[in-house]
Design a protein around this ligand. Structure first.
Ligand code: ADP
Length: 612
């Protein structure tokens, strides 16, 4: 679960995602600013009302209000003045509430839009990430980055983006109002604010670390959960439920502990900061009361100070809350940016002649997954159009790596690979892969219908093309036997199909594309030899003759190919037909001998079992 430092380009990526929502944010901030301004006006109105009534003197009052008061109740102008002030207060508060509602709506639309766009970007970036990116990633953790981390960002965008503007407004508007009424009391009103702010900043840094640990623990938990659910049948088959449960429980506890640790510190911090805020308001109340008794402050002014100081203090405390959430958001931001930064497959020019003949030339190709060793070395091999090549060798000898180099899943270290004379690294990677229909040993089938799976490589294939392909892979009869035929839904990852059926369906999916090159990576390991021979015969005697590379562990699979390539320790050690290679001593002959022995011993054990 590596993390890369945040780069300027990823900030740019993220900034560009906010495009289209920025105006909404500006409007939301404007609404909340006006709402706060309205809320601040209410204590000022109350101050005038109280002072006018207490002093029985309209001196300080607004002339317009005075006229209004006289108009409504010349007999009782003070009472009318109070009522009018109250009505104005209610109107202003109502307007402020409407503005707050608008702010909520606007920022909800903006933040939801931002989150949706971010999820789309993440989906797109991971889909186009280079294969090596996934070597060290756990799917569960990637899911966590695309869901939970995006949600943390969304919440921040929804609730907190305009909080800073609000807090600054409070400080810059309220403090002058207070200073205007009483400079000394203003000082007492904000004297503890630096402590609240400084404490908040220190805590913010600390809690960010705790949140990172908690978030990563959640990522691990999701990864274990995802892996266990995916492999639930293996777990059951090996009766490993208890073991896997303990593993899950360990991560679960770790996650809980990390969160409890974080919330413990948060509780302490909020407890203390609430106490400091209350002390600050008490100081204003007591100090103001003293000045009132001394005749240096009016009752209205005292009310103004206590109300405004409370608003400032609690809003600043809320701002610290925002700052704390900003710490968490930064962690999520970094985790999301890690995905946005994933190295992408290059976009290159698509060749104009959209079909190739399927001539492949490896020349002096070496590939290394890492710095420690070369995993295939100095590969020289020319495969002619329509030729069938069998690729054999012990596990780890580099067969799949050779295929991955051809598919451009990993960059080669040296040499070149040509497809019909074109360097595959100079052409569009999507186009290249459309020329190479590849079936992997453990094919992935989507939990969609059989038809949808078959159409994956060629969206516009007609029914007959699907049937031709499934007939070749001997799946047609099986599919028509399903309750809904080609429209039968395959269970998640194709669990309601046997291993062999999944392989044959994946083979049909590749055949539908009619690509000029067909790559079969130990595809027929899940079917019996008889079925395998029949499928291979079907592939051989039809009009469309793709260049075919068959990676096989069972040598019977490749006995009839044109040439067999034998690999050992990343190198090609023998090339020739079965007859040629079998006739001479060497690795192929040894493989045949070993498999012959194995086949004999299996046959012997089968006979033994059959005879009781
Ligand atoms: P084969 O297909 O013949 O069984 P592979 O091509 O899968 O062999 O592997 C060749 C070597 O490369 C092995 O030593 C294997 O451990 C290593 N290898 C395969 N994939 C990776 C990878 N993604 N990262 C690092 N090493 C790898």
């Amino acid at each position: 679960m590596a993390n890369t430092p945040t780069s300027k380009s990823s900030y740019r990526n993220l900034w560009s995602i906010t495009r289209g929502h920025r105006t909404l944010y500006v409007l939301a901030t404007l609404c909340s600013t006006l709402a706060i301004a309205g809320l601040m006006a209410v204590p000022v109105i109350a101050m005038y009302a109280i002072d006018v009534v207490e002093n029985q003197d309209f001196g300080a009052a607004n002339k317009f209000l005075l006229q209004l008061a006289n108009y409504f109740g010349a007999a009782t102008p003070f009472a009318s003045y109070l009522v009018i002030s109250a009505i104005i207060g209610v109107i202003v508060t109502t307007l402020a509430s409407v503005l707050q509602f608008l702010r909520g709506r606007l920022s909800a639309v903006a933040s939801e839009g931002f989150a949706k766009q971010l999820r789309e970007s993440l989906y797109d970036r991971t889909n186009h990430a280079q294969a090596k990116f996934f070597d060290h990633e756990e799917v569960g953790d990637l899911v966590q980055r695309c869901t939970s981390d995006v949600e943390t960002l969304r919440q921040f965008m929804h609730n907190d983006v305009d909080a800073l503007a609000r807090a600054l407004l409070l400080v810059f508007v309220m403090v002058p109002i207070l200073l205007w009424r009483h400079p000394t009391l203003t000082f007492y009103s904000v004297m503890l604010l630096p402590i609240i702010v400084a404490g908040g900043i220190v805590f913010f840094r600390f809690v960010a670390k705790l949140f990172r640990a908690a978030d990563e623990a959640e990522g691990k938990l999701t990864a274990v959960l995802q892996e266990n659910l995916t492999g639930v049948r293996v777990v059951q088959a090996f009766a490993r439920e208890e073991f896997e449960y303990k593993r899950f429980d360990r991560e679960n506890q770790n996650f809980r502990d990390k969160y409890i640790r974080m919330t413990n510190y948060e509780s302490w911090y909020w407890g203390i900061s609430d106490f400091v805020c209350t002390v600050q308001i008490s100081i204003v109340t007591i100090g103001g009361g003293y000045l009132l008794a001394q005749g240096q402050l009016s009752t209205g002014e005292l009310l103004l100070f206590v109300t405004l100081a409370s608003i400032v203090v609690w809003r600043i405390r809320q701002l610290i809350d925002v700052v704390e959430r900003a710490g968490k958001t930064l962690v999520s931001l970094e985790r999301v940016q890690y995905l946005l930064n994933a190295e992408q497959e290059p976009v290159q020019e698509r060749p104009k002649d959209l079909r190739t003949r399927g001539r492949i030339v490896f020349s002096n190709v070496s590939l290394a997954y890492n710095d420690t060793a070369e995993h295939i070395k100095n590969i020289d091999l020319t495969i002619e159009p329509g030729e069938k090549i069998g690729l054999v060798g012990p596990p780890g000898s580099g067969k799949s790596t050779l295929i991955r180099a051809l598919l451009r899943f990993y960059p080669i270290k040296s040499g070149s690979i040509l497809l019909d004379g074109k360097d595959i690294h100079s052409i569009d990677v999507d186009w290249l892969r459309q020329q190479l229909a590849c079936v992997l040993q453990e094919p992935f089938l989507f939990s969609r219908t059989v038809r949808e799976n078959l159409l994956l490589g060629k969206r516009d294939a007609v029914e007959q093309e699907l049937v031709d392909a499934t007939r070749k892979s001997l799946m047609h009869e099986t599919i028509t036997g399903f309750p809904n035929g080609y429209d039968t839904r395959i269970g998640e990852r194709g669990v309601n199909l046997s291993g062999g059926q999944r392989q044959r369906l994946a083979l049909a999916r590749a055949l539908v594309t009619k690509a000029p090159v067909l790559i079969l990576d130990d595809v027929l390991s899940g079917v019996d030899t008889h079925t395998e021979n029949e499928i291979l015969a079907n592939l051989a005697n039809k009009e469309h003759q793709p260049t075919t590379i068959i990676v096989a562990h069972r040598l019977t699979t490749i006995r009839n190919v044109d040439r067999i390539v034998v690999m050992e320790q990343g190198r090609i050690v023998q090339v020739g037909s079965h007859a040629q290679l079998f006739a001479e001593p060497g690795p192929y002959r040894e493989l045949c001998d070993i498999q012959g022995l194995l086949d004999e011993s299996i046959q012997y054990e089968t006979e033994l079992a059959a005879n009781g």
